[in-house]
Write a protein that binds this ligand. Structure first.
Ligand code: 13P
Length: 251
């Protein structure tokens, strides 16, 4: 089964509206048409709407970096699915390790967010990954297994077509250390196996699983050549359009 690859840029708390517009303009000029890859960008909330038209013209689909699990209500500083959709988002990142560690998001909360997003017809990238301590202790497979199972609890099979998993080892995010293609492939295959036993073989074969964590133009080709790696979720190297385009070419 051939899965359509995804290259996604998570801009985190970077890029103003003006910077994002410039990025998209240069991207469009440097990009060839007719490619068989989904290109997704996750800018800040305030940048989504102002760049939505340009992004569409450039063949980029927009997503948000966070969502609140409630439909609406008294949640100062939060953002709802409906607001994101109106602003032009088609996707949302859920469970990023920065949300888990810096903002205390638990698996339960992450599961509620996943379900709210899917119920609202947003597509989801569910991020999972172990810390260095967990990897050194040899518990990484079990940690990721729990994150996948808990994150997707009560998500119906038919909704899973709208879910992508991103394996992002915490120790590789923003550190310049990447998982070796062998280690990444091993975890991706394990994740596909978990989906297989929890949700069935058909969806396991279809589901796209991305690698994230210090992806750059040097290491991208070897990672993306692995059979269970269906693309990348790129942080730092997505901020410069030239390096994002170089990673794109590695796909
Ligand atoms: P870096 O590519 O900067 O390591 O970030 C990865 C990431 O967190 C993407 O979501």
């Amino acid at each position: 089964m051939s899965r359509k690859q995804i290259l996604a840029g998570n801009w985190k708390m970077n890029q103003t509206i003006t910077e994002a517009r410039n990025w998209i303009r240069i991207y469009q000029a440097g990009q060839k048409k007719g490619f068989r890859t989904d290109v997704l960008l996750f800018p800040s909330f305030t940048t989504l709407y102002p760049v939505s038209k340009e992004a569409m013209k450039a063949g980029i689909t927009l997503g948000a970096q966070n969502i609140h699990e409630a439909e609406h209500g008294a949640f100062t500083g939060e953002i709802s699915a409906k607001m994101l959709i109106e602003a032009g988002a088609k996707w949302v990142l859920v469970g990023h390790s920065e949300r888990r560690t810096l903002f205390g998001e638990t698996d339960d909360r992450i599961n509620l967010k996943v379900r709210r997003a899917l119920f609202s017809e947003l597509r989801v990238i569910l991020c999972v990954g172990e810390t260095l301590e967990e990897r050194n202790a040899g518990t990484h497979q079990e940690v990721v297994r729990q994150q996948v199972i808990n994150g997707l609890q009560d998500v119906h099979k038919s909704d899973l077509a709208h879910v992508v998993i991103a394996y992002e080892p915490v120790w590789a995010i923003g550190t310049g250390k990447t998982a070796t293609p062998e280690d990444a492939q091993e975890m991706h295959a394990a994740i596909r196996q978990i989906i297989n036993s929890e949700k069935g073989g058909e969806i396991a074969e279809q589901m796209r699983i991305l690698y994230g964590g210090s992806v750059n133009k040097e290491n991208a080709a070897a990672l993306f050549a692995c059979p269970d790696i269906d693309g990348g979720l790129v942080g730092g190297a997505s901020l410069k359009v030239e390096s994002f385009l170089s990673i794109f070419r590695a796909l």
